[in-house]
Design a protein around this ligand. Structure first.
Ligand code: PLP
Length: 365
């Protein structure tokens, strides 16, 4: 580099950015032979916005010549009431991925370590590396569950943050109360543990703890939630963290100013007030998840029990073939080459198309 005259060089970009894996969004759906197509690749909610939400968003759109409320005051007040936590313990962001990125900015830079299970949410390695911190990946158990003992053993002097994705994306598996509490009690108090609960609303296992209960007497625990999945606001980009004041304050310091649009804020407030309709839809998706799991088991598949709005088929070398067969049938799934396929629970018709491909595949195995 030093031999090229400065005038002939492009802008210097940080070394840390070299080799960052690209985030792979779920492919847009394209119907087979012009037929209907179902996008089961991004864990989105198949339902339209909850009652009143579209009206609130449309009304907010009328003033998008103005900046949004930077403090997201009304949304924070609504969330504080809903969860029974102080307003000072809540920080909002551009989706919970935006909040997670702020958490890393607030805790871990070059030389620092961020621990997470693998495979888990693909945003973790990206946001860790962007900030120059080092990823420490701890393999899931054979049952595709977080190996909390191994994660604890991976803690070093340099560890600054640990993600626990519960339920885990893409496997749908959970860690339960007793093991998680034991883990939290053993992690050094100066390491931030982030409980990423993007799929919390879909959990039916009573032994899976609510992170908002666990954080209360633990200053080093931060809970991440999102409006993107159960609430169906993925396109509006709004999520939030619940954490004690020093962490919540750090999140406000590192957040992109005015990152959460007024559309998103108003839509989120109305969504929180539509709880009956929300619970009804979530219940329908959970019932559909149970139906899909039972059908797969009936076909002879062995898959981890999912507590989220997707299922995980460990297809190994056949992953890409399976994804291509789904594509051809008009249903788009999310393959992880060489590992497996994650399939979102969507409209019944789309789920049935997926089940038909799975049945054909099973017979060929
Ligand atoms: C989808 C998802 C999120 C939420 O992303 P948003 O930025 O809120 O849309 C967070 N964590 C996990 C594990 C997810 O799967």
């Amino acid at each position: 580099m030093s031999e090229t005259p400065r005038q002939q060089q492009g802008p210097r970009l940080r070394e840390a950015l070299r080799g960052i894996p690209a985030y792979k969004p779920g492919k847009p759906a394209q119907g087979a032979d012009g037929g209907p197509a179902f996008k089961l690749s991004s864990n989105e909610n198949p339902y339209p916005p909850l009652p009143g939400v579209l009206d609130a968003a449309v009304a907010a759109a009328g003033s998008f010549n103005r900046y949004p409320d930077m403090g997201t005051v009304a949304l924070i007040a609504e969330l504080a009431q809903r969860f029974g936590v102080p307003e000072a313990h809540i920080a909002t962001g551009t989706g919970s991925v935006g909040v997670a990125q702020s958490l890393i900015q607030a805790t871990a830079g070059p030389g620092d370590e961020v621990i997470y299970a693998w495979r888990s949410f693909e945003a973790y390695p990206i946001i860790t590396q962007v900030n120059g911190a080092t990823s420490v990946r701890v393999p899931l158990t054979d049952g595709d569950v977080h190996d909390l003992d191994a994660m604890l053993a991976a803690v070093t002097e340099r560890t600054r943050l640990i993600f626990v994705c519960n339920p885990n994306n893409p496997t749908g598996t959970v860690v339960r109360r007793a093991e998680l509490e034991r883990f939290l009690d053993a992690v050094p108090a100066d390491v931030l543990v982030v409980l990423d609960e993007a799929y919390r609303e879909f959990v039916r296992d009573a032994e899976v703890p609510d992170g908002v209960e666990l954080y209360r007497d633990r200053p080093n625990v931060c809970v991440l939630r999102t409006f993107s999945k159960a609430y169906g606001l993925a396109g509006l980009r709004v999520g939030f963290a619940v954490a004690h004041e020093p962490v919540a304050t750090a999140l406000r310091q590192t957040a992109v100013p005015f990152g959460v649009s007024q559309l998103a804020q108003d839509a989120a407030v109305v969504s929180l007030r539509s709880e009956d309709a929300l619970l009804e839809r979530v219940a329908a998706l959970v019932a559909e998840r149970d139906r899909v799991e039972a059908a797969l088991a009936g076909q002879g598949w062995e898959l981890p029990a999912s507590q989220a709005n997707f299922v995980w088929l460990r297809l190994g070398e056949r992953t890409m073939d399976f994804a291509a067969a789904c594509d051809a049938a008009g249903v788009v799934v999310r393959p992880f080459a060489g590992e497996g396929v994650r399939v979102t629970i969507g409209e019944t018709e789309g789920n049935d198309l997926f089940l038909a491909v799975a049945e054909r595949f099973r017979k060929e195995l």
